[in-house]
Design a binder for this molecule. Structure first.
Ligand code: FE
Length: 174
């Protein structure tokens, strides 16, 4: 039953991809050299305009992070990976998720049952596209990450349905 629910949700999510045509291609590794806002240690909130982000972020990343787009299901580089490590916000470097909180979901997007710390992400009601969902954004830069659903595994029974394109993974020990 849970699997069927996930498939239905995935279908509806896939229907929303029209606004995100560029995001079917995987973004190359993001070079942070031109991004003065990127930091793995500074947790101060950023207040950067979309016009500024547009100069900094690759187009497909900008489209999701700043325009709330969604990558095509099964297109992202992290949806089925289970390598041990940490996931960061690709726009600002904020630490978001641990691989130990990632689970194998059939929805086509990387799925986590918990964020690395409660205030790493921010939750906002989202009633767009005829659905009532909870949007998940990066608390530091405000960038869109994905949505939160109630069909995850224990212990939280939550599913953070995230876009690979706005995540940056670093394996343990690197
Ligand atoms: Fe961020």
């Amino acid at each position: 039953m849970r699997s069927a629910t996930i498939m239905i949700i995935s279908f509806f999510c896939a229907m929303l991809m029209g606004s995100c045509a560029n995001s079917q291609t995987k973004s190359a590794s993001v070079d942070h050299k031109g991004n003065k806002y990127y930091s793995r240690t500074d947790t101060n909130k950023l207040n950067v305009s979309n016009a500024e982000w547009k100069k900094i972020l690759p187009g497909d990343v900008y489209e999701i992070s700043r325009l709330k787009g969604t990558e095509y299901a099964f297109s992202g580089k992290y949806y089925k990976t289970d390598t041990k490590g940490t996931y960061y916000c690709v726009a600002c470097g904020n630490t978001l998720f641990r691989s130990t909180d990632k689970f194998a979901s059939t929805c086509g997007w990387p799925s986590f049952f918990e964020s690395i710390r409660p205030n790493a992400v921010t939750y906002t009601p989202d009633d767009t596209h005829g659905m009532q969902r909870t949007e998940v954004t990066c608390t530091r830069c405000g960038g869109h990450l994905g949505h939160l659903f109630d069909d995850g595994p224990p212990p939280t029974y939550k599913r953070f349905c995230m876009n690979s394109l706005v995540l940056e993974f670093e394996p343990d020990g690197k």
